[in-house]
Design a protein around this ligand. Structure first.
Ligand SMILES: [Ca+2]
Ligand SMILES: [Ca+2]
Ligand SMILES: [Ca+2]
Ligand SMILES: [Ca+2]
Length: 435
């Protein structure tokens, strides 16, 4: 056991990215030395972490934490070492809480320790908390597992190295120390947390009161710095609901989608009330479209969106390439033409073509027109999120066929056959129990 632990220390020391120098003669616990222990009392080592919309602030102050499950660790309930029940709670004990948001996992750690010591060149020799996520539940260390150590002086290590994308803070308090850590969700292998994902889990505490590491506690299993077959489990539960929400003109009272064609052939004609709209390549006809995204309720996040249009005819069986840009100024469906944005305002450049004034220069979507029927265009997530968050500056989009053969595609408009009218949908995240 001691050898294994030493090897773990050496392993972690050897992969340190930079900073602290690994010390080969890492001090081992002199008290509470792990020995073979008979079957321990059964306690629940299967814990849950709930999803929260509003995460705590990572500042080392735990008062902003919701009343979440505290996973307590004392000499009495520790899985190891064998004689840990001799430890007084004020000498070494603590609790840990876990919660998650859609982007990150959050940890709070509170430690009771009479003498907070953080003085060695190697943090491994001082007061420290460890958290072990056995992401693949192999019961052993694998690439992709997440082994954290947090020290009272706000030193965090991740798999023995420097953290990337983490936030963390520790503070020393009366009778001990505490800390908070925020972990990017990608650290958990990109798994989709929405499906009640479970990982292997353990945590531990280590105590130096001035003469080296003199005691430690492991919550589940014989070791606290790496996965073991005897570790516990942690399940991420109560996640949000994600679903597509569709908006069809004229359906369920939705009346927020308008479109019109800009024709360079008839630059003074408005087509806002036509039953069709046209995209004609080599920049001959463009289409403007605007869709209001209704408020989906409190605490709902829009993640992405897409628009669907139906091609009912074309003048050649040729291919056209469409790019979609955000518009930057208001326009009037009933008055907009190749020259005019509305009855009294001209485009800065005809065809709504002044980048930075009439439209953006960076496409937020696009695709190929090569047949008749339905086409779906995914729009950039950030653009859709911004349209939802700032409806006052959602001026809609322009479809431009800039290249390809000179071919005209004609689509059903919102004034045309309702079944084939353009529609859009957003993929949104709703808090649990909001259904
Ligand atoms: Ca805080
Ligand atoms: Ca593993
Ligand atoms: Ca201490
Ligand atoms: Ca129209």
């Amino acid at each position: 056991m001691m050898m294994k632990r030493l090897l773990t220390l050496l392993f972690i020391g050897s992969v340190m990215a930079f900073g602290v120098i690994a010390v080969a003669q890492a001090e081992s616990p002199t008290v509470n030395q792990a020995v073979t222990r008979p079957a321990m009392e059964l306690q629940s080592r299967d814990v849950r972490a709930s999803w929260f919309l509003h995460p705590p602030t990572i500042d080392g102050d735990l008062s902003d934490w919701p009343i979440a499950t505290k996973i307590s660790l004392t000499g009495q309930n520790a899985a190891a070492p064998a004689d840990s029940e001799l430890l007084r709670e004020e000498d070494l004990s603590g609790w840990l809480s876990v919660l998650w948001t859609s982007d990150r996992v959050y940890l709070a750690i509170s430690v009771r320790d009479e003498y907070v010591v953080r003085e060695s060149r190697n943090w491994m020799n001082d007061d420290m908390a460890s958290i072990v996520f056995d992401v693949d539940q192999s019961g052993d260390y694998s690439v992709g597992d997440v082994l954290l150590t947090l020290s009272p002086d706000s030193l965090l290590t991740v798999n023995g190295g420097w953290p990337a994308g983490y936030e963390w803070a520790s503070t020393i308090i009366d009778g001990g120390w505490q800390g908070e850590i925020s972990i990017p969700r990608q650290e958990f292998g990109g798994v989709d947390f929405l499906g009640d994902v479970q990982v292997g889990f353990n945590w531990g505490l280590q105590d130096n009161d001035g003469i080296g590491v003199e005691s430690w506690l492991s919550w589940a299993g014989p070791e606290y710095l790496r996965p073991t077959p005897d570790q516990g489990t942690l399940m991420f539960t109560d996640g949000p609901i994600r679903k597509w929400v569709a908006f069809h003109p004229g359906v369920d009272g939705y009346n927020g989608l308008v479109e019109t064609t800009l024709s360079s052939w008839q630059p003074d004609t408005n087509y806002g009330n036509d039953a069709q709209f046209t995209i004609y390549s080599r920049n001959q006809f463009h289409t403007l479209m605007k869709f209001d995204i209704p408020d989906l309720g409190p605490d709902v996040r829009v993640l992405k969106g897409r628009v669907h249009i139906y091609a009912e005819s074309r003048n050649h069986e040729w291919t056209s390439y469409v790019r979609i840009y955000r518009l930057l100024r208001p326009w009037d469906e009933g008055a907009a033409t190749w020259f005019q944005a509305d009855a009294s305002t001209r485009w800065a450049v005809a065809g709504a073509n002044s980048v930075g004034v009439d439209r953006e220069g960076q496409a937020i979507g696009g695709g190929t027109l090569d047949r008749l029927g339905w086409f779906t265009f995914n729009l950039s997530s950030s653009a859709v999120q911004d349209m939802y968050a700032n409806p006052d500056t959602n001026y809609g989009i322009i479809f431009r066929a800039e290249e390809g053969s000179s071919v005209r595609y004609v689509f059903t408009s919102s004034e045309g056959n309702g079944e084939n009218a353009p529609w859009f949908e957003v993929y949104a995240e709703f808090p649990p129990n909001s259904d």
